[in-house]
Ligand binder design. Structure first.
Ligand code: NAD
Length: 433
């Protein structure tokens, strides 16, 4: 199949590109490198060095013999996106290309605006481009389990049967998202469902849990094929953060009560879930939702697993409770269904101390690169104008990102805030601020 991966330069997108290519699909990438540019803005950096997209693609071709096409640009630019889709003629689009950090979306007005415009406009553009040029193409869209929030009843896969005043119907499951980022995903879901119903498009909305891990069978083939590993307070996800904290002898920072429960999955399962969705497309006009995670844990359970595994390696890990910067329930019921991908053949990799042990080893190799000052979670959900201590890119970061081929002004489109655009363009030119 011809698969276009939007956001194919990101944490999940790049390994997904290789996974699909290794499994016989012809793959194209769309990306505008905004994620690399946002590292410049935030003063953050992947723990594991990542190579420019051109190097990644050339290395993959050298190793696998498989060609990958690339389209560099911003999907909020409708003409660019339309041309990419008309040129590539995909059978399926995997849409990873969004701003994906909840803390980033909660920094202030500027960041909330960027997140929602980037995500909602990007997805809406895809829907229009598909309707006009590729109506049979299957859109596989990455949503998040965070769209549901933490209701006091079981979470179904997208829809729930409700009886009300003696009548019954199957309706979209109620959403109680926890940040402006999560809200952008809910808005996307509504737009996609509408386009399937009204225009007859087909789509799978993958409500994904939190992904952990960094190695897939392809990323380990060559250091130039590695994917990013984030651990800081803006981009890092919980298990990755605890593992880095353990390696550098930093306390494992659990927010609030630590009973917050979420769905999790191994990065190798993400790769397989997306492939399963592509191989088993919905009918034209069908909008379906899969809950894409394999196990659920409280954050305290994860911290405890890391603490115990670290101790066995002689690392003196300890857990501390921190005031929760987020507004969320800290003790709650959580039971989310996740059977549809298993029914399609997913064989989950479960989280074990062996996996945590290997993550600790991998992180140890790069611990000299940890930027300790980026670890605290400084974005407070209760504030509308968080101090932007993050926006202090050093020249070193700017130079690194410039080497990663930052987007041109045209690629950034008109929706990136003037402030952010100036920083990105300055950093492209090797300037700071
Ligand atoms: N990482 C997780 O744990 C997780 C969990 C649930 C859902 N998701 C979802 O999966 C998707 C991918 O996540 P990730 O962790 O790989 O994120 P990422 O930030 O590493 O990758 C996203 C990629 O999309 C690109 N992009 C963003 N906006 C774009 C635009 N307007 N035009 C072109 N390219 C654009 C970025 O440059 C980046 O390379 C996101 O939608 C995210 O919400 C991720």
């Amino acid at each position: 199949m011809k698969v276009l991966v939007i956001g194919g330069d990101g944490y999940l997108g790049w390994p997904q590109v290789m996974h699909l290519s290794a499994n016989g699909h012809y793959v194209g990438i769309v990306d505008n490198f905004v994620r690399r540019a946002l590292d410049v803005e935030c003063g953050t950096e992947s723990l594991i060095p990542i190579y420019p997209l051109e190097t990644r693609i050339a290395t993959w071709e050298e190793i696998s013999g498989n060609r990958i096409e690339s389209f560099v640009g911003d999907i909020t630019n409708f003409d660019f996106l339309t041309n990419a889709i008309r040129s590539f003629e995909p059978d399926a689009i995997v849409h990873y290309g969004e701003q994906r950090s909840a803390p980033y979306s909660m920094v202030n007005h500027d960041h909330a605006l960027f997140t929602q415009i980037n995500n909602v406009v990007g997805t809406l553009n895809i829907l229009y481009a598909l309707k006009e040029h590729r109506p049979e193409c299957h859109l596989v869209k990455l949503g998040t389990m965070g769209e549901y929030g933490t209701p006091n009843i079981d979470i179904e896969e997208g829809f729930i049967e409700i009886s009300h005043n003696g009548r019954r119907d199957v309706l979209p499951y109620p959403k109680q998202p926890g940040s402006f980022y999560h809200l952008s995903k809910v808005h996307d879901s509504h737009n996609i469902m509408f386009a399937c119903r009204v225009w007859g498009l087909r789509s799978t909305d993958l409500n994904q849990g939190v992904v952990y891990g960094v190695e897939t069978p392809q990323t380990v083939l060559d250091e130039r094929l590695a994917t990013r590993f984030d651990y800081d307070g803006i981009w890092g996800t919980v298990l990755n953060r605890y593992c880095v904290e353990a390696v550098i002898h930093h306390p494992l920072t659990v927010f609030g009560e630590g009973e917050q429960t979420r769905g999790f999955l191994d990065i190798r399962d993400t790769m397989r879930c997306v492939e399963l969705a592509i191989l088993n497309p919905p009918a034209l006009g069908e909008y379906r939702v899969f809950n894409q995670f394999t196990e659920q844990f409280t954050v305290r359970e994860l911290a405890e697993l890391v603490r115990q595994t670290a101790h066995k390696k002689g690392l003196p890990a300890r857990i501390v409770r921190e005031k929760n910067p987020r507004v969320e329930q800290e003790v709650h019921y959580y039971n989310a269904k996740h059977v549809r991908l298993i029914d399609l053949g997913l064989e989950p990799h479960c989280l074990t101390d062996t996996l945590v042990d290997s993550m600790l080893d991998k992180i140890s190799e790069y611990k000299h690169r940890v930027r300790v000052e980026t670890i605290p979670s400084l974005v407070n959900w209760r504030m509308t104008n968080n101090p932007t201590r993050y926006i202090a890119p050093s020249r070193r970061h700017a130079e690194q990102a410039a080497g990663a081929k930052l987007p041109s002004e045209g690629d950034l489109g008109s929706v990136v805030s003037a402030h952010l655009r100036k920083q990105i363009l300055n950093s492209r030119d090797g300037k700071v601020g």
